[in-house]
Write a protein that binds this ligand. Structure first.
Ligand SMILES: Nc1ncnc2c1ncn2[C@@H]1O[C@H](COP(=O)(O)OP(=O)(O)O)[C@@H](O)[C@H]1O
Ligand SMILES: [Mg+2]
Length: 241
């Protein structure tokens, strides 16, 4: 069974069609990359899947069940978690507190929530910062905190929206390793990323969208050589490193 099926997804904002009849699906354990120029509709696809915006039309199925109109917290309990492109921690609260908010999706007991949150922080090598206020973290640490908060909800599937933006090359390499380890733990990963070498290294399959429409898909090498993709990116300040 497919863990995710997106069928003919359309999302309009007033007169603007941000997502235009998009079809894609994912197998459990897969890493799927979603790329496209700025404004292509990538984050909107995630927002529709995660229940932030209802689709204008089309269907989204998670684990074989239609999730139309479900709210983010219901989807989270079903095992779907996401990060936001613009990180939004509770800045005045500690790192541990921020991650415990996620743990409470699975347990009511504060001591257990704290134990699980610390496990996640250790995995992301943030445990030494557990008592730091989230607002005082560096960008790299904030991005990792964003993943920690999502992981604490114990997802089967994780939507990662540009978690590498603003990172240095060595920090990108670390993030690639973290994501590979998440997959080894059995988490299915749907990732939007502008850093080409990262998305190429991670993805089993890549879908390219432009003006909300799928313009190409395939294994990384196929997509990188596709003329449609190169044209869509020409002139864009894309990071190819
Ligand atoms: N909440 C919103 N209200 C109005 N327009 C939006 C909203 N969210 C996104 N858009 C528009 O939809 C298009 C796709 O945006 P987005 O999904 O953020 O693209 P991407 O993530 O690929 O850069 C853009 O033209 C953007 O301005
Ligand atoms: Mg975006």
């Amino acid at each position: 069974m497919k863990i995710l099926e997106v069928k003919n997804l359309v999302r309009d904002f007033g007169g603007l069609r941000a997502v235009d009849h998009l079809n894609l699906d994912m197998d459990e354990g897969q890493i799927l990359g979603l790329i496209g120029p700025n404004g292509a509709g990538k984050s909107t696809v995630f927002n529709c899947i995660a229940g932030v915006y209802p689709p204008t039309s089309g269907e989204i199925r998670f684990s074989g069940v239609s999730v139309h109109g479900e709210k983010p917290w219901t989807l989270c309990r079903r095992g779907l978690a996401r990060t936001f492109q613009i990180v939004k921690p509770f800045s005045s609260k500690t790192v541990l507190y921020n991650v415990m908010v996620g743990s409470f999706a699975r347990t009511d007991r504060p001591a257990e929530a704290e134990r699980r949150a610390m496990d996640v922080l250790r995995f992301l090598k943030l445990d030494h910062l557990h008592d730091t206020k989230a607002g005082n973290l560096t960008i790299a640490h904030r991005k990792r905190l964003e993943i920690a908060r999502a992981l604490a909800t114990e997802p089967r599937m994780l939507l990662l929206d540009e978690v590498m933006a603003g990172l240095r090359p060595t920090e990108v390499d670390e993030m690639v390793k973290i994501i590979q380890q998440l997959r080894e733990r059995g988490i299915t990963i749907f990732i939007i990323e502008h850093i080409m070498r990262a998305i190429m290294a991670l993805s089993d399959w890549i879908v390219v969208i432009h003006f909300g429409r799928k313009i190409s898909e395939g294994v990384p090498a196929q997509v990188a050589a596709d003329e449609n993709v190169i044209k869509a990116y020409l002139g864009d300040e894309y990071v190819v490193s």
